[in-house]
Design a protein around this ligand. Structure first.
Ligand SMILES: [Zn+2]
Length: 363
């Protein structure tokens, strides 16, 4: 992603880029949310820049309404982008996406937050990258897998289970890096009793009407669609949980990675999760000697720039980027991939159901 400096852009008569403006707005909103509610006195620089660029953009592109101040902007942020943002200026942008969803920065906006802008979530996620680096240096293949699976399958974990893992499968990992990823649950939330999300297992946010909702919009959708009911209720004391940045950027995408892993394993193919200590997500080996390399992307918008960064894996017959079917309504891969495949050369885009179907043919 592009890096956004928090300095005001150079004065010029040029029209601001819609992409950069959206990056500024999303980053600014994340920073705004990080501030203590009672102490929200200053508008984060990124948000200020985003809003002034938004104003210019709206004037030039003729989009109404134009946000004049923060309350007006926060109000627009709850509405679909198509109503107020010049969406046509950004390829593949979903006009139905909102920056705020149910009173919280949306999954979409979190994805648009800029790398390198030091949002709290980004700093938290960095701790996992440090652990990855450590595992690569020490060539810790199995401990790395155990560590990733723990974050995905146990984003909230009791002290006793955590300690057991620490002494067993994770004993070669640096405890300090793990402590940056898992915090005491009562440090992360003021609630004494926590209601866990029935889909991802993370603690949920209490709404003003005393109901609970996952911080993640997709969980919320799937919970209704799959009739998941209520999750477990636990006492915060005695539990640890991953930080919100780790939950958002490692736990949640990981649920799809594990799901695809399990589905392909059922078919009898040889599967390796995160081969070569996370060179990519899944290596699939069929009895016919055909090998696939798969990267699972849980994106809520089609980011061409990031797509181009996916490496073709030379020792596999095919390299796939696989998206959950649930994302198709936002990404519209089926309609767009013909054009994208020309640019991506050998990398192919598939939905999870499609890749499972192809694997069945190979087995
Ligand atoms: Zn959830």
């Amino acid at each position: 992603m592009q890096s956004v400096q928090e300095k005001p852009p150079q004065q010029s008569n040029s029209i601001p880029s819609a992409t950069k403006t959206l990056h500024y707005l999303a980053t600014g909103l994340m920073k705004w949310q990080e501030q203590d509610r009672k102490k929200r006195i200053s508008i984060p620089p990124a948000l200020r820049i985003g809003m002034s660029q938004m104003y210019l953009l709206s004037l030039v592109k003729g989009k109404k309404p134009v946000p004049h101040d923060l309350p007006e902007f926060l109000d627009l942020a709850k509405k679909p982008l198509g109503e107020w943002f010049p969406c046509k200026e950004i390829k593949y942008l979903n006009e139905n996406a909102t920056l705020i969803e149910d009173g919280d920065v949306s999954e979409f906006a979190q994805e648009w937050g800029v790398e390198g802008s030091n949002t709290k979530m980004e700093i938290e996620q960095k701790a996992v990258e440090e652990a990855l680096k450590e595992c690569r240096e020490k060539q810790l293949h199995e401990p790395y897998r155990a560590f990733r699976r723990m974050i995905i399958e146990h984003p909230v974990i009791s002290y006793s289970e955590y300690n057991t893992k620490l002494f067993k499968e994770l004993r070669d990992l640096n405890k300090e890096s793990l402590d940056k990823i898992y915090k005491d649950l009562n440090v992360l939330t003021a609630e004494e009793e926590c209601h866990l999300c029935p889909r991802c297992g993370y603690y949920q946010r209490k709404r003003s009407d005393n109901s609970y909702r996952c911080y993640n919009d997709t969980c919320q959708e799937l919970r209704v669609k799959q009739k998941l009911g209520e999750g477990k209720t636990i006492k915060a004391e005695g539990y640890k949980a991953v930080t919100p940045g780790v939950h958002r950027f490692v736990t949640l995408p990981g649920i799809w990675e594990i799901q695809l892993y399990e589905e392909l394993k059922k078919l009898g193919a040889g599967i390796t999760l995160w081969p070569n200590i996370d060179e990519y997500d899944l290596r699939v080996e069929f009895k016919s000697d055909v090998t696939w390399a798969i990267d699972v992307k849980d994106w809520c918008y089609l980011n061409e720039e990031r797509l181009h960064k996916v490496q073709y894996i030379h020792d596999a017959k095919q390299t796939f980027v696989v998206f959950p079917d649930e994302r198709e309504k936002d990404l519209r891969i089926k309609g767009r991939r013909r054009e994208l495949h020309k640019e991506l050369k050998e990398v192919r885009l598939k939905l999870m159901s499609e890749i499972i179907g192809e694997a069945q043919k190979n087995c």
